[in-house]
Design a protein around this ligand. Structure first.
Ligand SMILES: NC(=O)c1ccc[n+]([C@@H]2O[C@H](COP(=O)([O-])OP(=O)(O)OC[C@H]3O[C@@H](n4cnc5c(N)ncnc54)[C@H](O)[C@@H]3O)[C@@H](O)[C@H]2O)c1
Length: 245
């Protein structure tokens, strides 16, 4: 299937993990793909001429503006935006009562502000053209809370509120906006999680396994497809049944 032939897809944090799997999925299905990441993203063989990798810090406002302009100059207006960038404080995560505002600011900037900023750059063009798809990366942590990650859960819940508000604004203009909430997905980020924590996660997941980035890529591609035209403002959990909406 070449569902995305001729479409320009822009993905933040698209060189690793879920972002990379999603970039490959869109490329496989015929899209022109712009990957914005700290690191270069190697093009799949068959995506020759349809793949642009731009290395930048997506939380840097000027760098992001420049990258979006370069991507649109190369492949035309963005049809599909996947706001994938986000992360917890990771090694600096702590109980909230012991937490540090500097870490909250980092987590909020990378997980929420970057989503608003990229959308602010790209959504007006979608609105003018009367079509577009925005998929925002939230997390199961927003739905369930996450011990030691109050800042991350807050930012990812912020992504859900933003998704709903922007969906209302853009629905009359043929643009859908949805959020995805993955549970445990095996990426580089997981290598930093202690084995006992991962085992506990699996035990709390009715499906009984940790999913692959490709599982999330399939969901993002569906939400970005023409078939999903009546789905907007939604929060779609992909978590093996760990939380049920
Ligand atoms: N892996 C999971 O279990 C899981 C679960 C729920 C939500 N998420 C969310 O999914 C998204 C992707 O997570 P992942 O696990 O695939 O991550 P990952 O660590 O595997 O990859 C993250 C990518 O982000 C890039 N990156 C980091 N900081 C950047 C910056 N400032 N500018 C540009 N690029 C930057 C990295 O270079 C890397 O390519 C995040 O928003 C995360 O919060 C992940």
């Amino acid at each position: 299937m070449r569902r995305f032939a001729g479409r320009h897809v822009l993905i933040t944090a698209g060189a690793g993990g879920i972002g990379a799997a999603t970039a490959r999925r869109f490329a496989d299905e015929g899209a022109r793909v712009s990957v914005l990441d700290l690191h270069a993203a190697e093009a799949p063989d068959e995506a020759e001429g349809r793949w642009l990798s731009l290395a930048l810090d997506c939380t840097d406002r000027a760098a992001l503006e420049g990258a979006v302009a370069e991507a649109e100059g190369t492949f035309g207006p963005v049809d599909i935006l996947f706001n994938n960038l986000g992360q917890s404080g990771r090694e600096r995560a702590s109980l909230f009562c012991e937490s540090d505002e500097e870490v909250w600011r980092f987590v909020t900037e990378i997980s929420l502000m970057s989503t608003l900023r990229a959308s602010r750059l790209i959504a007006p063009g979608m609105k003018d053209r009367g079509r577009g798809r925005i998929v925002n990366m939230s997390s199961d942590a927003a739905l369930s809370g996450d011990l030691r990650l109050a800042d991350y859960a807050s930012a990812k819940m912020g992504v859900i509120g933003f998704t709903r508000a922007l969906a209302m604004e853009l629905a009359p203009h043929g643009v859908t906006v949805n959020a995805v909430c993955p549970g445990a997905i095996a990426t580089e980020a997981h290598k930093r999680i202690p084995r006992e924590t991962l085992d506990a996660l699996v035990a709390a997941t009715p499906a009984g396994f940790i999913a692959a980035p490709e599982d999330v890529a399939g969901l993002v591609a569906y939400l970005a497809s023409d078939e999903a035209r009546f789905i907007t403002g939604q929060t779609v959990a992909i978590n093996g049944g760990r939380n049920m909406l």
